[in-house]
Design a protein around this ligand. Structure first.
Ligand SMILES: C[S@@+](CC[C@H](N)C(=O)[O-])C[C@H]1O[C@@H](n2cnc3c(N)ncnc32)[C@H](O)[C@@H]1O
Length: 284
């Protein structure tokens, strides 16, 4: 990923990450993985958990809470490229057993740690070479260690019947841009570089080819209200993917207004979305 732009501090992921459904769907994955980890580790042994793309600390907090709930001692190392996000996470988790390192997911080997479990949540779709990053994540686990990933940007993410919302949202956003900023165009070339989606089986195959046996796989349906679409539409990385080449503040305004229009026109109270949740175990 390129340098985090300075604009990122005004267009953060944090408002979206504070929605209840987001907490719940991530907590579900965290429980699937940490409860399994707790069952395989000897009683009282400290667990070492690595979290890639730890962002503003939403999932980090869930991991720490779950270890605490189970009485499992341990610590989390968060790895995240954005210094703005790390600042928010540090503040949020002050006094907890956690450290943050600035870096990208494919630098995980640099930690030199044999993790008991690794998490890579809501971010793997941003990585173009997914096979490479999964190999590196597998290498950084101890034998028998667990890898947990989730994503709502995979080929099963659109709940049946919800496609019309995405089409209308995009159409209305482009219409809003044309009306308010007639000179601004989206860039097709950058679109080709945007998020690449795999299927659930595609992820399972990548893992098994790299010595990771999928031990838990679920697709969870979530109801997302208008405010959450407006919040994700104000996140700079999402804007780059949805409206490539458009200046972030203009893209944010367009997506915000267009989400409201699409909800109104379609008479919606929420749009359903599917999250892929996977836990895999490294061979012993
Ligand atoms: C949608 S947020 C998810 C944050 C957090 N994992 C969560 O689930 O709430 C995506 C995060 O991935 C980070 N990211 C983007 N590219 C990355 C990369 N190559 N390696 C590690 N993290 C990356 C972004 O900076 C951002 O914090």
């Amino acid at each position: 990923m390129a340098e985090t732009p300075t604009i990122a501090s005004s267009y953060t992921f944090d408002p979206f990450a504070r929605h209840q459904f987001y907490h719940d769907v991530n907590e579900s994955l965290v429980r699937r993985a940490i409860d399994r980890l707790d069952a395989i580790l000897p009683k009282g042994r400290a667990a070492h958990v690595v979290e890639l793309a730890s962002g503003t600390g939403a999932v980090t907090e869930l991991i720490l809470n779950e270890m605490e709930r189970l009485g499992r001692p341990g610590s989390v190392t968060g790895v995240e490229p954005s210094t703005e996000a790390i600042e928010i996470a540090r503040e949020r988790l002050e006094g907890r057993s956690v450290e943050f390192i600035q870096g990208e997911a494919d630098e995980v080997a640099r930690l030199g740690a044999e993790a008991d479990a690794s998490f890579f949540c809501n971010a793997i779709h941003l990585i173009s070479d997914k096979a490479d990053v999964i190999s590196k994540l597998a290498a950084a686990l101890r034998p028998g260690g667990l890898l947990a990933i989730n994503s709502s940007f995979y080929t099963g993410a659109y709940a049946p019947g919800s496609e019309r919302f995405y089409h209308l949202w995009t159409r209305r956003a482009l219409g809003w841009l044309r009306a308010h900023h007639p000179g601004v165009r989206t860039s097709r070339q950058e679109k080709a570089m945007a998020m690449q989606w795999l299927s659930a089986d595609g992820y399972s195959d990548l893992m098994s080819q790299r010595g990771l046996r999928v031990v838990d796989r679920a697709e969870e349906l979530v109801q997302m209200p208008l405010s959450s679409w407006q919040d994700i539409g104000r996140y700079w990385l999402f804007i780059e993917g949805a409206l490539p080449g458009v200046p972030i503040p203009m893209g944010a305004d367009a997506l915000y207004h267009a989400a409201g229009e699409a909800f109104n026109e379609l008479g919606l109270t929420a749009v359903p979305r599917v999250w892929l949740q996977m836990v895999a175990q490294k061979g012993k």
